[in-house]
Design a protein around this ligand. Structure first.
Ligand code: PEP
Ligand code: MN
Length: 333
């Protein structure tokens, strides 16, 4: 249920109403916007007398929220969320390009790529240290050493780090990363999501291979209900009967999620297509669809990449794409 307060309500009257609602056993999520304050009521609202609340002189309107996701619901939080990661703002018009290799392979590789993507206009860098691989025989990342190499690259470039956490037990190693990525395969690892509620840093939650938008939002809800509201969503392609691409980029997810939630929406055209030459057109399409940012795989030597070389752009290709992304952003402004 949401309670929209009238404009200019005094802090005292607002506090009294909140205390009364809390007394009914509800958690109150307060969204203080520029024009209105929205109180989101979380818990069993069946005991709340809507007519009574609506009749109060400080209340503008009361609505039931029928969707099962509450905290990530735009009805609870009408203004778009701005997430801050290592000094970079993401969301509500602050567009970001996150770029880097699928996995961190060596100091030389990650520093070279980080410098190149920074020069091209990337504002954060990506790089996997813990890699979920389909085959147990594939390179699974440099793990703790990979995280150290990312920190070296950050020191050299100033780019905040986005990197994937697969296992709760590794969480202490991630203290110094800027954004924790939760991969598609872990989108419904509810124990992991709950644990992220206690983490004081942004989470980039990727959509599962065969998950609906509602399921994605319910996973975001897990993190938020556990205490961390700094969540970003990532559309990275879903499984369909598409035969020539790795996945199908669900572009309509971008405007649909925009309506449903206030969380920033990032698009990953690399995993969505699996083919480097398809990455630029899909990145531009995602930008035009209104994404808050892109996450793109870039490698200095894709042919010899230990992971996802076929979908990785060379730095000069990324630079050319970044120019076009800026042009699209300008065109849709
Ligand atoms: C990745 O970002 O390298 C990755 C493994 O992505 P996803 O979880 O979307 O497959
Ligand atoms: Mn990858």
């Amino acid at each position: 249920m949401i309670v929209v307060l009238k404009h200019g309500v005094s802090a005292e009257k607002k506090a009294q109403l909140i205390a009364w609602l809390q007394g009914l056993g509800l958690r109150i999520h307060i969204s203080d916007g520029e024009f209105q304050t929205v109180l989101g009521l979380v818990g069993d609202t069946s005991t709340v007398d809507i007519d009574l609340v609506e009749s109060l002189d400080i209340v503008d309107s009361v609505k039931r929220v029928t969707e099962p996701f509450k905290m990530c619901n735009r009805k609870f939080h009408p203004e778009s969320l701005v997430v801050e990661a290592g000094g970079v703002k993401i969301g509500a018009g602050s567009f970001v390009m996150i770029a880097g290799p699928c996995s961190v392979e060596s100091e030389e590789q990650i520093v070279t790529v980080a410098k190149a993507v920074k020069a091209a206009g990337a504002t954060l860098m990506r790089g996997g240290a813990f890699k979920p691989r389909t085959s147990p025989y594939d390179f699974a990342g440099l793990k703790a050493e990979g995280l150290e190499l990312l920190k070296i690259a950050r020191a050299e470039t100033g780019l905040p780090i986005v990197t994937e956490l697969m296992n709760i037990n590794d969480l202490p190693l991630f203290e110094d990363v800027d954004v924790i990525q939760i991969g598609a395969r872990n989108m419904q690892n509810f124990d992991l999501l709950r644990e992220l509620g206690g983490v004081n840093k942004p989470i980039l939650l990727k959509r599962g291979l065969a998950n609906t938008l509602k399921e994605l939002l319910m996973s975001a809800e897990y993190i938020m209900a556990s205490g961390n509201e700094q969540v970003m969503l990532c559309e990275r392609g879903i499984r369909t009967f598409s035969d020539y691409t790795r996945n199908t980029l669900d572009l309509s997810a971008v405007p649909m999620l925009r309506e449903l939630t206030h969380l920033p929406i990032i698009v990953d055209p690399s995993h969505a297509t699996g083919i480097a030459r398809l990455v630029p057109p899909m990145a531009l399409a995602a930008t035009a669809a209104g994404a808050d940012g892109l996450i793109i795989e870039v490698h200095n030597d894709p042919i010899h990449a230990l992971c996802d070389g076929a979908q990785s752009l060379r730095p000069e290709e990324f630079a050319a794409l970044a120019d076009k992304v800026r042009a699209v952003r300008e065109a849709i402004r």
